[in-house]
Design a protein. Structure first.
Length: 376
């Protein structure tokens, strides 16, 4: 009798455990970014931010439709290549993930967004800023930061009103991001006292800019605007110093407003000539953002660039939409994405009808003594 009375509670406990295990539902979050190649540090930063959010959400044990959620992060390398990005997008559709955070580059995000739209998969980019992305009208695509038009207007205003430059040369890397930002900057300078004296082109793999900079030097502009990323931006600044272009301000957007740019140009005498801007508040501006950065650095020492907070906020936005819709199914929670509104790390997260972040904050930075400092 003792053995029977002992076994019976065990059977009940085992059955209860089985039911409890069945009540957990998996939420698969895809992360698409360059995880190899020269831009891998950007992709890993985005991956880290998403990982932080996933881990913290799992600690909260959210309940949706009566079942506890367990978030899982599935990372795919798009190598900052449009074709590989499209292949990654199709793979995520085939895997029936619940949402995608990505891609990093505008050039990969734009073709991938079309595929996500076709399979009805919500995708939130933490870093792609080309205005072209929202022109397609995909209701599945959302952007976590200001687009290039908004960013360029802020840089142009600072160029005119604070720096008071009269002439600038514009260089871009012909990528969707770099060209889009450069064109937006030129447009923003229309009807201002600033004259664009030349526009030059390179590519996002280039390392030698001597011919371009020699042509620019002959025109002696007050500033040089670069539409591109920091691997090329830091090399360009180094070659500017070598060629004696030491009085010119070096202007750019979020691509050169990174910790990587700060580190790569630390030895240059003209580092203080850099003026850059990115979307969102400075991470040292509020107690909440300082706390987030402290948690990030503890979890991923020395890896922060700039996109981590946006991918973190993107995962939280998805979770909040799922809670609001009481479903993890994309077709059911997608309508709730337009109603998401919360205080994120970088900004108040809320989307307009085109999936753009509402009322984005722009932070402009200058350099002093080898460190980026908030200018506004």
């Amino acid at each position: 009798m003792k053995s029977r009375s002992f076994i019976f509670p065990l059977l009940i406990a085992s059955a209860a455990s089985l039911v409890q295990a069945q009540e957990v539902q998996i939420v698969k979050i895809g992360l698409a970014a360059p995880l190899t190649g020269p831009q891998a540090f950007y992709g890993k930063d985005s991956q880290n931010g998403a990982r932080m959010a996933v881990d913290e959400l799992n600690e909260k044990k959210l309940i949706v439709d009566g079942r506890q959620l367990r978030f899982e992060l599935l990372s795919e390398d798009d190598a900052a290549d449009p074709k590989q990005g499209a292949a990654v997008a199709q793979r995520f559709c085939d895997l029936h993930v619940n949402a995608v955070i990505g891609h990093t580059n505008s050039g990969t995000t734009i073709p991938a967004a079309r595929i996500y739209n076709q399979c009805g998969l919500p995708n939130l980019t933490p870093s792609a800023t080309s205005p072209e992305l929202s022109k397609f009208g995909y209701n599945t695509t959302f952007r976590m930061l200001a687009n290039d038009s908004t960013l360029a207007q802020a840089i142009a205003a600072y160029t005119v009103n604070v720096l008071k430059l009269k002439t600038v040369a514009v260089i871009d890397d012909r990528s969707a991001y770099g060209q889009g930002l450069a064109d937006a900057f030129k447009t923003a300078l229309r009807n201002t006292p600033v004259t664009v004296v030349t526009q030059q082109y390179t590519n996002d793999k280039a390392v030698d800019f001597s011919a371009i900079l020699t042509a620019v030097k002959a025109l002696n502009p007050d500033g040089i605007f670069f539409g591109g990323m920091d691997p090329q931006g830091s090399a360009m600044l180094r070659q500017m110093e070598q060629l004696g272009l030491t009085r010119q301000k070096f202007l750019g957007g979020d691509g050169i407003c990174t910790q990587g740019m700060e580190q790569r140009t630390a030895s240059l005498k003209i580092q203080d000539n850099v003026v850059c801007a990115h979307s969102g508040i400075a991470l040292d501006r509020t107690a909440a953002s300082r706390d987030w950065k402290k948690r990030y650095d503890a979890k991923f020492p020395g890896q922060f660039q700039m996109h981590g907070p946006y991918s973190y906020d993107a995962v939280l936005a998805v979770a909040k939409a799922m809670q609001a819709a009481n479903s993890i199914e994309p077709q059911k929670y997608l309508p709730a994405m337009s109603k998401v509104h919360f205080a994120g790390v970088m900004s108040n997260v809320q989307f307009d009808a085109r999936g753009e972040i509402k009322n984005p904050t722009i932070s402009v930075y200058t350099y002093q003594d080898g460190k980026r400092r908030l200018a506004n």
